[in-house]
Design a protein around this ligand. Structure first.
Ligand SMILES: C[S@@+](CC[C@H](N)C(=O)[O-])C[C@H]1O[C@@H](n2cnc3c(N)ncnc32)[C@H](O)[C@@H]1O
Length: 226
């Protein structure tokens, strides 16, 4: 379907997602998980930021499985004991890939949050496509207490200085309070150079259009408790 002409009111998110992206496996690292994704064959792949802004659509982070999220999701499928029976928060979840992997790995519950309402809708569609249940919310939790959360998982949150600094300061407080915090990151500009413990490393295949390279070496870091 071609890109629709510019509209004055934002489109219905579910219709927008279904018509502008395609449901496909996260190849080749997570072939058992499906996401509504942008690809060379979907209209949104051609969309400019200006066109999206005219539609009232924020940049579609939810339309891609980012390298950091893929690494955390792969880790959960490789080592399900990290989340089995635990209550999980997928923070800045985008597509919800990490939360979906956590449910597949046996988490007791997943809450997946993002500030973008399109991401919240994408997460609901993606959860249904993978036949898992997770609680989805459109909210900014930075700075809040997280009663009942055992483990916070975050993929690719260090791409912008104010967001990365605020998120990492909050992660350190939560870790000190006993929450396990894991962060997947492919070496983004605002990942702290020190004070994190490496848990795993994956070579995440990506596209030149998105990342300007075909593979991103991506680490999963644990925020230490003290
Ligand atoms: C690069 S994407 C990563 C998405 C996903 N975790 C992944 O790895 O595929 C970053 C996401 O952070 C979200 N975000 C930015 N600021 C946020 C905040 N304060 N609270 C929650 N989500 C936020 C954006 O809307 C976007 O979906």
């Amino acid at each position: 379907m071609p890109l629709p002409a510019a509209e004055t009111t934002p489109p219905d998110p579910a219709t927008f997602i279904r018509t502008q992206t395609a449901l496909a496996p996260v190849e080749p690292l997570l072939p058992s998980l499906l996401l509504w994704q942008a690809s060379e064959i979907t209209p949104i792949w051609q969309a400019t930021e200006e066109w999206l802004a005219r539609q009232g659509v924020p940049p579609p982070f939810w339309a891609f499985p980012w390298a950091g999220g893929q690494a955390v999701a792969r880790l959960l499928l490789d080592r399900p004991e990290l989340v089995r029976g635990r209550h999980v928060l997928d923070f800045a979840a985008g597509s919800g890939l990490i939360g979906i992997a956590a449910m597949r790995a046996g988490a007791a519950s997943v809450r997946a949050v993002d500030i973008d309402p399109f991401a919240a809708t994408a997460m609901r569609l993606n959860a249904a496509a993978n036949a898992i249940t997770m609680d989805v919310a459109c909210e900014d939790l930075i700075g809040q207490n997280l009663p009942g959360v055992d483990i916070l998982l975050a993929g690719d949150v260090c791409y912008e200085r104010p967001f990365a600094e605020a998120a990492l300061a909050w992660f350190r407080r939560l870790a000190a309070e006993g929450v396990t915090v894991l962060v997947g990151d492919p070496g983004r500009a605002y990942l702290p150079a020190q004070g994190l413990d490496k848990v795993a490393t994956y070579a995440v295949p990506t596209t030149r259009e998105l990342e300007d390279r075909e593979v991103r070496v991506t680490d999963v870091w644990q925020v230490p408790a003290g």
